[in-house]
Design a protein around this ligand. Structure first.
Ligand code: SF4
Ligand code: SF4
Length: 294
C-alpha cells in the first residue's frame, strides 16, 4: 500500500512518448518554488481549489472540526484539525474541495498503468513522480517490479537526494531517470531546499556505473539558479557522464501558487512572476552555448 495523490494518463510531459504519470505523496526537500505543495506532506490532506470556491459557507456548516473559516468572502483553512471525514467534500456544490492523497495497493495502480499499455510504444511507459517518489521506497520498489514483470518501461522523476539503500534497490528497475539539478553546490542546495548534494552526486554516479540513462532537468528560478555558471555546470555534466543523454530547462511558473493557500498556508513561499518567453529563450541560448563550449 502507498499514498498516491494523482494518476495522469496520456501524459506528454514526464519523459518521452505517451506515459502514465503516477504521483506519490511525500517529499524530503522544501523547495520554495514548489508547484505541487500538496505533495509534500506524506499523509492525505484536505485541499481547497480556491478558483472554484463560491464562498457559500456550506463546508463551514458541516465540518465538525472547524477547519473552514469564511470571513468577508475569503475562505481560509485550518487543516491541522481536519479528521479527513470527507463531509465537506461531499457537501461542496462547486467541487472545490478534495482530499489530496489516498491509500492504494500497488495492483490497483498497476491496473491503471496497464490500461494504456497499447499506447506506450515506441518510447513511452510509466513515470513515478511526486513529491519525491523515493520517499515511499517499499511501495515504489513494488510498483517498479510489477511494471517490469508486465513489460512496461519505467521512469522516475526525482530530486536525486536518495538514501543509498533505496538507490541500490531501484537502480536495476528504472529505465530512465528524470533527474532534477536545482543547484550546483552543496551550500546552495542545502540553503534553498534542505537537500544533500552528496546524495545527489551519489545518485548520478550510481546511475553512470550501472549504465543507466538520465535526462537532466533544470528548474530555472530567477535570482536562484538562472546563471551562466549553472548552465555551464549542467553542460559539463553532460560531457563527463555518458548516462546523461540530454539536458532540459523547466522555466519557473506560478501555476501552483494558489495551491499553497488551498492547503492552508498563508501564501506561496516564493513570490516571483512566471518566467517570460524572453527569459526562457535566453536561458535556452545560454545552455546551448555552454553545451557547445569546450
Ligand atoms: S474532511 Fe471532515 S474534518 Fe476535514 S475539513 Fe472536511 S468536514 Fe472538516
Ligand atoms: S469550498 Fe465549496 S462548500 Fe465551501 S465555501 Fe467554497 S463552494 Fe462553498
Amino acid at each position: 500500500m502507498g499514498i498516491v495523490f494523482d494518476i495522469q494518463r496520456c501524459s506528454y510531459h514526464d519523459g518521452p512518448g505517451i506515459r502514465t504519470s503516477v504521483f506519490l505523496k511525500g517529499c524530503n526537500l522544501r523547495c520554495p518554488w514548489c508547484h505541487n505543495p500538496e505533495s509534500i506532506d506524506p499523509r492525505p490532506q484536505i485541499e481547497l481549489l480556491p478558483a472554484l470556491c463560491a464562498a457559500c459557507g456550506l463546508c463551514e456548516t458541516v465540518c465538525p472540526h472547524g477547519v473552514h473559516r469564511l470571513t468577508g468572502g475569503t475562505h481560509r483553512l485550518l487543516p491541522a484539525s481536519c479528521a479527513l471525514c470527507g463531509a465537506c467534500v461531499d457537501a461542496c456544490p462547486q467541487r472545490a474541495l478534495q482530499i489530496a492523497g489516498r491509500e492504494m495497493p500497488a495492483d490497483e495502480v498497476l491496473a491503471v498503468v496497464l490500461r494504456d499499455r497499447a499506447y506506450y510504444e515506441p518510447d513511452g511507459g510509466v513515470t513515478f513522480t511526486g513529491g519525491e517518489p523515493t520517499c515511499q521506497p517499499g511501495f515504489l520498489i513494488e510498483l517498479l517490479e510489477k511494471c517490469r514483470q508486465n513489460g512496461v518501461r519505467t521512469a522516475i522523476e526525482t530530486n536525486g537526494c536518495i538514501p543509498e539503500k533505496t538507490l541500490s534497490a531501484i537502480l536495476p528497475l528504472v529505465d530512465l531517470w528524470l533527474l532534477d539539478l536545482k543547484a550546483d553546490d552543496a551550500a546552495s542546495l542545502r540553503a534553498w531546499t534542505g537537500g544533500d548534494f552528496a546524495l545527489w552526486q551519489q545518485t548520478l554516479d550510481a546511475v553512470e556505473a550501472h549504465g543507466g540513462s538520465v535526462i537532466l532537468r533544470l528548474p530555472v528560478i530567477p535570482t536562484f539558479n538562472d546563471t551562466e555558471a549553472h548552465f555551464r555546470f549542467a553542460a559539463d555534466l553532460r560531457r563527463r557522464y555518458r548516462c546523461v543523454r540530454s539536458v532540459e530547462i523547466l522555466p519557473y511558473h506560478t501555476i501552483g501558487n494558489t495551491k499553497w493557500t488551498g492547503i492552508g498556508r498563508a501564501a506561496p513561499l516564493l513570490s516571483l512572476p512566471s518566467a517570460t518567453p524572453e527569459q526562457t529563450t535566453l536561458w535556452n541560448r545560454l545552455l546551448k552555448d555552454a553545451m557547445q563550449g569546450d
